[in-house]
Every structure is written in structure tokens, then in C-alpha cells.
Design a protein around this ligand. Structure first.
Ligand code: BGC
Length: 614
């Protein structure tokens, strides 16, 4: 197409002139992502909103909401609309926060909760920067991360993507993360704004919360990160806040975010958040993602019949163009990897960083009689718990990274010169292989279930005679789309797990040999009745692709555990301040009242800030 030499071009003419040259349709299309496939409704919706119900079996076959995304980066979560005649490129959005989620191989870093446990802003900055490098390499402009919602309750399925129950810890760490990502000239997106502290009914739940509590606990991390790290974008959340959808909430998006905090980037919806596109635009939700034809049509009709003022679109377009001008897709006009980064070398460096970061954020909860570090290689280890062989490296959902590999604990211990009991290893590996073979493969949204093996007292006594120590890994999976359950096997330990920890400890202690309990979990479980048994308890979290190596580094003392809890372990679930109001209040699935307010006395087993060292 021959360009009229007078046609304004983004970057060369003022944004106002570029906008003034757009047709109405171009304006609308630039404010709505390019996905369009309304059939990809991401999850069951509660009765309060009008989305069609999800058909039976939908989740089982769900391939992620990127299945039809046809942008230049396969597996990216979304793409904006390009207007070539005005020099406006498409920009690419992809998930985080524990690494870049696209179809190509990226580094799976440890959970952001683990990163927060390091309390090391320099380290967190370096992880953010590493993710930014991978974005630049693959051609991604905006990382949909970090998630900085307050860990209000240990059962929230996405806790592994969040940072802390303390908004100031979350703010310190998230600001460092955002600065790291953006130091590479790509953008971060803090999410999910605001009060999205659960997955149950997340699309429609009305969070009712007093303004002082909202600001002091649930907006505080967002406020500080906006002011201290200037994230390029913010993602509004699915839920309502005090009766109004966050994505249509003028008070949150315009009065507070822009008016009070001075945010100068753009706001996007969470994926498929849908009620009224007109109200979203009016409230200051600049971009609707991933975008549907219905939204485009609705906006065009509203413009035509005067319900939506064009000036609203122009205001939002200014926010969007200001950021597009900063993006690599604009600066580099389509060339990816402008700095000539070498993929292999970059992934190797990032794997080393993932390993050291993971080790650093592990939290030593107990260490009686100097059980850790294990001081000698060559020791015979009774390695118990399925998680010792099938170590979880991350959670499920949009935060799952397509990693090249994952290091299991048993392999890493062998590499470090330890000798896991062969008979025990064979039983676990065969059990895991069989359990996985009869289920669908592990994927973004699905983790096969493997049951825990039972051991009799006499088997454990034999093990105790034949080995020098015992390591037991207890694990839990969680992720986007659902909350954890207040049941045995999730928040509570099962009777098999409790007996394993108790009986193995008795058997090994009789032989004067130590027992180490590893917690391969994203957020807390109830440990109160078992924590007395083992000599040492190490919280490994979900440690990323280098899991086994990082755990071994800490067990052997190559790396000091330095993590400090960013969220508490409670004595009993009833001690969680939000226990009576999670996931809803007064038996009404549409409402959750944040009654806990500030500074409720918590009965904790291990409080925020707790963590031993060697
Ligand atoms: C999640 C977001 C994510 C988006 C894009 C949504 O389901 O809530 O956190 O960024 O999908 O994948």
C-alpha cells in the first residue's frame, strides 16, 4: 500500500494526530485484542453473570486459551490489533510469572512465593531481567505478571503465583521483579487488580470490603508497585469489588489508579472478562483481552447511537499508544532477538539462576540436633514420598511454563553422591510410571494424580537398619481455575501421610538416624500434628525446573537456606483470619465479605518472617 506522505505515523507524529487519523473501526479494534473466538470461554461461571455454561468435559479437554492465537509467537496469550498505515504494530502478550509461557522452551523459575521468601530484591530483579531477556528473544512485548494479590487464605489455588500475605513484602518483591523485567525494554503487567484472592466464583463473586481495609491490605501492593516501579500495564480482575466489576470500576481504574497513584500505562481486562464493553471503556479499562467480535460490534453500535463518547476511546487510545511506542515490536519493527542473544547460552545461564534462586528461597522450619546439612556423600538414603521421585516444579494454569526439563530429587541426590535405597526407588518409580500411564498427560491445566505409597512399620524398621537417613517428601499441587480443599490430601495430611511421617521417624530414631521432611507445596498445609516427628523440616515450595538440584544444594549445605516465610503456617485452619469468609460469606456463593480487617491475632505454628539457617 502506498502511504500518503502526509499520513501521520506512530512515533513520528503526535499520538493525538495518529488517533485523529484513525477510523472509528480502527479505534475500536485497537482497544480490543485480536482473538475473537468466543467459544473459548475459560471456566465455569457462577449464576450471577451471563456467560454460557461450560459443557460437560470441557475442562478435561481444555488446551489453554491460546489454542487459536495466531500471532507471531505461538502460545502467547494475546495479540493487539495492528494498523500498518499509521505505523502501529501488533504487540504480543504472554503469561508469567514463574517464567515465560509460550509454546517454545523457556526457563521455569521457582514460584513467586519462593522468590518472595528470599527477601532478596537484587535476586528477584535478576530473575525478572532473565524473563525479560527471554521475552526479547522470542518477540514478546508484555509479560502478564507478576501476580500481586494478597494471600488472604492458604486455600487460594493461585497462591504459588502470588507473593505474600503481607502487602509490603509483596510490594518490595514485585517492584524488584517489575524493574527487572522492564530493564530489558519490555513491559510487565501487575495483576489481578483488585481483591482477586480466590479462584472459586472468581468471575462473579462480589468482594465486599471496607474502603480502609481495601486500601490498606488489598490495594497497597498495587499502589506501591505502581509508584515505585512504573509497570507498563495493569490487568483488572474478574471479580466485583463492592458491587461493581473490577473491569468496569471507575473508582479503582480511574480515580485511584490514575488519579491518586499517577499510573501512566494501560489497563487490560483479564482474559474473557465480559459484562459490558462500553462500561469497561468508560471506567478506564483501555484494552479488552483477548478480544471478541461481539465486543467490537457492541462498541461500534454504542458509538453510533451516542451511548459511548468517542472522546472516551481517544483517552484510552492515548494510554495504549504511549506503551506501544515503548514496545520492542514498535522499536525493532518486527525483528526478534535484536541483541543477538544465543538461546542455548541464555537458557543455561537462566537455569543456573533458577537453581540458586530456588535454593535461596527454601525455608528451614525445623532443624533439631543439626540434622541438616547432610554432611557426607555416599550415605544410604531411604527416600520416601512420591514427591521425591515426581517432584512438583510449578503449579497449573496460565502460570505453567513449557520447560525443557525438570530435575527430580532422586536423580539430583544420586548426582551428588548419595545412594537412595534401590528397592524403595523401584517401587516408587514403577508406581508413578503406572499411575501416569493410565491418565491424560501432564499439561497446562492438568496434573496426573499419583497416590502416596503405604509402608508398614516392619518395612520401615528394615529400611532404618539398611540406610543412614530418611528423607520424606510431602507434596501438594494447586493452580488456576480452582481453590484448594479443606480435606485430607489437600490442606490436611492424609492418614497415610501422617503414619508415614510418624512411623518412619520412630523407626529411624530407634536406630539413632535422622529424618528430614520436605514440603514440596505452593502454600501452607496443616502440619501441627506431625511437626514434632521429623528432625528437620524444609519448605522447598514449587522450586522450578532445577528443583532436585536446588533441594540437594540446601540439604547438603552447598547453599544456606535463607528463606523467611512470606505467609504463615497456622495452628488450625480456624485460626486463618478469613476462615469463616472463604470462599464466600453467609452461605451466599455470590458474595464474600472481607470481615477480617487489620491485625487479627493469628495463631500461627510458623509466623511470617520465620526461617532458620544452618
Ligand atoms: C488468567 C490471567 C492470565 C490470562 C492469560 C487468565 O485466565 O487469570 O492471569 O494472564 O488468563 O492467559
Amino acid at each position: 500500500m502506498a502511504l500518503d506522505s502526509c499520513t501521520p505515523q506512530l512515533g513520528r507524529s503526535s499520538d493525538e494526530r495518529v488517533i485523529a487519523t484513525m477510523t472509528r473501526e480502527e479505534k475500536v479494534r485497537l482497544l480490543v485484542g485480536t482473538c475473537k473466538d468466543w467459544n473459548l470461554v475459560p471456566e465455569p461461571a457462577p449464576a450471577t453473570i451471563h456467560r454460557p455454561p461450560v459443557p460437560e468435559g470441557y475442562w478435561e479437554n481444555y488446551q489453554g486459551n491460546t489454542a487459536t492465537m495466531k500471532g507471531k509467537v505461538s502460545g502467547a496469550a494475546g495479540v493487539s490489533y495492528a494498523i500498518p498505515r499509521l505505523g502501529v504494530p501488533e504487540i504480543v502478550f504472554a503469561d508469567g510469572p514463574v517464567g515465560l509461557r509460550i509454546d517454545s522452551v523457556c526457563t521455569a523459575f521457582p514460584s513467586t512465593t519462593l522468590l518472595a521468601a528470599t527477601r532478596d530484591t537484587d535476586l528477584v530483579y535478576r530473575v525478572g531481567k532473565a524473563i525479560g531477556e527471554e521475552m526479547l528473544y522470542y518477540g514478546v512485548d508484555i509479560l502478564l505478571a507478576p501476580g500481586i494479590n494478597n494471600m488472604r487464605n492458604p486455600l487460594c489455588g493461585r497462591n504459588y503465583e502470588y507473593m505474600s500475605s503481607d502487602p509490603d513484602i509483596a510490594a518490595d518483591m514485585a517492584a524488584a521483579y517489575v524493574r527487572g523485567v522492564q530493564s530489558m525494554g519490555v513491559g510487565a503487567c501487575i495483576k489481578h487488580f483488585a481483591a482477586n484472592n480466590q479462584e472459586t466464583y472468581r468471575n462473579g463473586i462480589d468482594v465486599q470490603v471496607a474502603d480502609s481495609v481495601l486500601r490498606g491490605l488489598y490495594l497497597r501492593a498495587f499502589e506501591r508497585v505502581v509508584k515505585e516501579a512504573q509497570p507498563w500495564t495493569v490487568m483488572s480482575s474478574y471479580n466485583k469489588v463492592n458491587g461493581v466489576y473490577a473491569s468496569e470500576n471507575t473508582y479503582l481504574l480511574t480515580d485511584i489508579l490514575r488519579g491518586e497513584w499517577g499510573f501512566d500505562g494501560f489497563v487490560m481486562t483479564d482474559w474473557w472478562a465480559e459484562e459490558d464493553p462500553v462500561r469497561m471503556q468508560q471506567a478506564g479499562n483501555d484494552m479488552l483481552m483477548p478480544g471478541t467480535d461481539m465486543q467490537i460490534d457492541t462498541l461500534l453500535v454504542a458509538l453510533a447511537d451516542g451511548r459511548l463518547a468517542e472522546a472516551v476511546l481517544d483517552r484510552n487510545l492515548l494510554n495504549v499508544l504511549r506503551i506501544i511506542r515503548r514496545c520492542p515490536s514498535f522499536r525493532n519493527q518486527g525483528t526478534t532477538n535484536p541483541d543477538g542473544l544465543c538461546l542455548q547460552q541464555m537458557l543455561k545461564t537462566h537455569a543456573d539462576l533458577a537453581r540458586s534462586a530456588a535454593a535461596k528461597g527454601m525455608v528451614l522450619l525445623k532443624n533439631d540436633n543439626g540434622a541438616l546439612p547432610l554432611n557426607r556423600a555416599g550415605q544410604r538414603v531411604a527416600l520416601l514420598g512420591k514427591g521425591s521421585y515426581d517432584t512438583y516444579v510449578g503449579g497449573t494454569g496460565s502460570g505453567r511454563v513449557s520447560r525443557a526439563y525438570a530435575v527430580m530429587l532422586n536423580d539430583a541426590l544420586v548426582q551428588a553422591g548419595y545412594t537412595p535405597d534401590a528397592a524403595v526407588t523401584n517401587l516408587y518409580t514403577e508406581h508413578i510410571r503406572h499411575s501416569r500411564s493410565v491418565q491424560p498427560e501432564e499439561s497446562t491445566w492438568y496434573m496426573p494424580y499419583v497416590s502416596e505409597l503405604e509402608w508398614s512399620r516392619s518395612e520401615l524398621q528394615d529400611m532404618a537398619r539398611n540406610n543412614d537417613l530418611c528423607i520424606i517428601t510431602l507434596q501438594r499441587m494447586a493452580g488456576e481455575g480452582g481453590d484448594r480443599h479443606l480435606t485430607e490430601g489437600d490442606y490436611y495430611l492424609t492418614s497415610v501421610e501422617r503414619s508415614l511421617i510418624r512411623d518412619a521417624s520412630e523407626a529411624f530414631h530407634k536406630q539413632g538416624k535422622p529424618v528430614v521432611l520436605l514440603l514440596n507445596i505452593g502454600a501452607s498445609v496443616e502440619l501441627t500434628d506431625v511437626c514434632a516427628y521429623p528432625d528437620a523440616i524444609l519448605l522447598t515450595w514449587l522450586p522450578g525446573q532445577e528443583a532436585g538440584h536446588a533441594i540437594t544444594d540446601v540439604l547438603t549445605g552447598i547453599q544456606q537456606p535463607q528463606g523467611k516465610l512470606p505467609m504463615p503456617f497456622y495452628v488450625r485452619y480456624e485460626d486463618v483470619p478469613s476462615a469463616a469468609n472463604f470462599p464466600s460469606s453467609d452461605g451466599n456463593p455470590n458474595i464474600v465479605i472481607y470481615r477480617e480487617g487489620f491485625a487479627q491475632p493469628e495463631r500461627t505454628l510458623y509466623p511470617v518472617g520465620f526461617g532458620l539457617t544452618y
